[in-house]
Design a binder for this molecule. Structure first.
Ligand code: GLU
Length: 444
């Protein structure tokens, strides 16, 4: 490949992604808050600077392979037709089939899906599973739809994208707002076009070729990595007060694992509020309450604060496990945690990341911290391809093994090159994708 071939994408990338390929890393986003994909590209560029990745290769690694927008007509229960918009961004496939979740949320847009697809490329590379990265989503408020409408929406979405999805090309999975039921409908609709092949999607119900332990995997992975990080930082679990923002699938499983590992969970929050007890919450009671009520609303065995106060509580470990962009230049000065583990994707804007890091706060980045989910998705895919099913014990053991390896490689990289953990995770991930690109023949 010669330079002339790649000059044009480099220029268009600068226009499309705003932050561009020039590596002005001193003031990441001083003019305005970056969009989701600008923030991801910024983190990429910081690590690419460390690795000395040439401009032509940055374009190749930054620009998605394919972006698809589809209209999704859905017959509502009252007989009317509503049309939704859905996306699938296939970011990179140098290391294997593209992999990533499907998000149903009212704020889903192409820029956000593009950013999340790119994160998947670096995430699968950091945890060293043989995939590239992709992401999809539909702009919809799931709570406004009945179960039947959700099913018809999912089937109509599959009608729009089925020909770019497949077990050897692009394998979706759950993300915010999608459940194992949605995965089952997706698979069933895709198989109407292409025939039986449960490996086309992961996060399925266990009785429908799903993996045991997939549901707990992201939260459990956060807990496993918290133990590893705090051991390195010489903080004992019982001395580590934890605050968790978000009590959905990820936050609740992280809380369960950490409280069983002796961490005092001093605060958790959901949209209804922040539930706080400086001596530690009764996590088993919280889990029971959330299961029965599908919300923390009404949990009375502790103090209650407004939901957004969780981020500014004094604690040793803060775990944002909800939406992206929750810590920005506007509220970063109120954060009083010693360490942060990013269970959500992109919870911290680049400028906030810079200030926290300069302030001595250790941040375990999303592409490592929440990689437990896609790792067990990989185990599910392997089992589907082999028509075999692993025990929960084996899945948990293999998850621990994969995450330990990934954590060690990032930790060692950060020490060897004096990098913060985010930049180290990106350099590990980018280095692996770069090597795959070279082996595929992309050499200047
Ligand atoms: N949506 C999850 C993530 O952001 C899981 C993706 C997967 O299992 O493929 O990592």
């Amino acid at each position: 490949m010669n330079r002339t071939d790649t000059q044009e994408p480099a220029i268009s990338n600068t226009e499309n992604h705003g932050i561009g390929l020039a590596s002005d890393t001193s003031a990441p986003c001083s003019k305005r808050t970056p969009s989701a994909s600008e923030a991801t590209d910024y983190y990429f560029c910081q690590a690419a600077d460390v690795l000395g990745v040439p401009t032509w290769l940055r374009s190749l690694l930054l620009i998605p392979k394919r972006e698809v927008t589809v209209r999704i007509p859905v017959e509502m229960d009252n007989g009317s037709i509503e049309t939704f918009v859905g996306y699938r961004v296939q970011h990179n496939n140098f290391r294997g089939p593209m992999k990533g979740g499907l998000r149903y949320h009212p704020e889903v847009n192409l820029d956000e899906v593009r950013s999340l697809a790119s994160l998947m490329t670096w995430k699968t590379a950091v945890v060293n599973i043989p995939y590239g990265g992709a992401k999809g989503g539909v702009c919809v408020q799931p709570s406004h739809l009945t179960t039947k409408e959700m099913e018809r929406l999912t089937r109509s979405f599959v009608d729009g994208i089925h020909d770019i999805i497949g077990p050897d090309s692009d394998i979706p999975a759950p993300d915010m707002g999608t459940t194992h039921e949605v995965m089952a409908w997706f698979r069933n609709q895709w198989e109407k076009y292409h025939g039986f092949n449960p490996a086309v999607i992961t996060g399925k119900p266990v009785e429908e070729y799903g993996a045991k332990g997939r549901e707990e995997a992201t939260g459990r992975g956060v807990g496993i990595l918290a133990l590893k990080l705090l051991r390195r930082l010489n903080i004992r679990p019982q001395d580590c007060r934890v605050a968790i923002q978000g009590f959905g699938n990820v936050g609740s499983h992280a809380a369960k694992f950490l409280s069983e590992s002796m961490f005092p969970i001093v605060a958790v929050s959901d949209v209804s509020g922040c539930y706080f007890n400086p001596r530690g919450l009764d996590v088993a009671a919280l889990l029971r309450h959330a299961l029965a009520n599908r919300s923390l609303e009404g949990f009375a065995e502790c103090d209650r604060l407004p939901a957004n106060e969780l981020l500014s509580l004094e604690c040793d470990l803060l775990i944002p496990a909800a939406l992206g962009g929750v810590i920005s230049e506007n509220n970063v000065s109120s954060v009083r945690a010693r360490t942060i583990i990013e269970a959500a994707n992109s919870p911290i804007h680049p400028e906030a990341h810079r200030r926290l890091t300069e302030g001595g706060i250790t941040i375990l980045p999303d592409i490592l911290a929440n990689s437990g989910g896609v790792t067990v998705s990989y185990f599910e895919w392997v089992q589907n391809l082999q028509h075999y099913s692993w025990s929960l014990d084996r899945i948990r053991q293999e998850l621990d093994h994969k995450l330990s390896e990934a954590f060690e490689s990032v930790w060692q990289e950060s020490i060897a090159k004096s990098l913060d953990l985010r930049t180290a995770a990106y350099t590990v991930g980018i280095g692996r994708v770069q090597r795959a690109a070279e082996l595929a023949g992309f050499r200047a």
